[in-house]
Write a protein that binds this ligand. Structure first.
Ligand code: KMH
Ligand code: ZN
Length: 271
């Protein structure tokens, strides 16, 4: 079994400071949180940028500053979002791809997202896939519903996505697939054998799904984008606290933690 890749999803587009007072917002705060998570065992950082007032932004200038500030501190893999917030235009969402990051997210389908809709038509999916292919950016395929796996495999058939594919099962979003263990098993059984996968459980699903993924050979994503609590009724004090717990559990289970360079090798990321 490979070493465990822990991804820290630090900010997201939806969480507010009112909900989570330790939410990193400015480039400096996001970079510091990324470094703390790196020290806690994370090898990938999933980034959503915010304007200074906290509003989600896909402006490449803000992503560039975040990447630069992170790179000054450590070599963690910088993975910007192309999902942005549900109200971002497709053009806005693609902003961070212009920076040619090593990796970026690619959602392969539409789903309900709380009271909103996260819209990804075939045209949008292929647009981002082509952009990532031509820029040699490793996509992490965000799966919110089972059918999105088929859409990703269609990209492979069309030559827009190069296997082995790396999936991220985002389970427990209200309006999309729940995050029960059975849901994870169903997803894992539905992907090609040579794939790699991560699980991002939303809210109360985060820890149980992570704990199951570790002995299954999957990888784990945690952080305030997905879950702001340490346990029921108790807010986490930092993103790093959530990463530390996964590192601790993995060590108890005998699974070693991947460094960023080891994660690059596992994911087949270009140098
Ligand atoms: N904020 C969600 C609407 C991604 O980062 O690629 C979309 C999202 C997915 O978070
Ligand atoms: Zn995201």
């Amino acid at each position: 079994m490979s070493k465990l890749i822990i991804t820290a999803a630090l900010t997201g587009a939806e969480v507010t400071r009112v909900q989570q007072p330790a939410l990193p917002i400015t480039p400096g705060e996001i970079a510091q949180a990324a470094y703390d998570c790196y020290n806690a065992g994370a090898s990938v950082v999933h980034v959503h940028a915010r304007e200074i007032d906290g509003k989600p932004t896909q402006r490449k200038e803000v992503y560039a500053e975040i990447r630069e500030r992170i790179a000054e501190k450590c070599n963690i893999i910088f993975q910007p979002s192309t999902g942005g917030a549900v109200w971002h235009t497709v053009q806005e969402r693609g902003g961070p791809l212009e920076l040619d990051p090593e990796m970026a997210t690619l959602s392969t389908g539409t789903c309900n997202f709380g009271n909103d809709v996260f819209f990804n038509s075939q045209e949008i999916i292929e647009h981002f896939a082509l952009e990532m292919l031509s820029r040699k950016i490793k996509p992490e395929i965000e799966i919110f519903e089972r059918g999105m796996i088929e859409n990703a495999l269609r990209l492979v058939k069309k030559g827009l996505l190069v296997p082995p594919v790396h999936f991220d099962f985002v389970l427990g979003v209200p309006g999309a697939c729940p995050g029960n263990i059975e849901d994870l098993l169903y997803m894992v059984r539905s992907i090609p054998q040579d794939s790699t996968w991560t699980v991002a459980g939303i809210g109360r699903y985060e820890l149980p799904l992570a704990v199951h993924a570790i002995p299954m050979g999957g990888h784990v994503r945690v952080g305030f984008e997905d879950n702001i609590y340490y346990r029921k009724g108790e807010l986490a004090i930092s993103n790093a606290q959530l990463v530390e717990r996964i590192t601790r559990v993995a060590r108890e289970l005998g699974r070693e933690i991947a460094s960023p360079d080891e994660a690059r090798a596992i994911l087949g990321i270009r140098k």
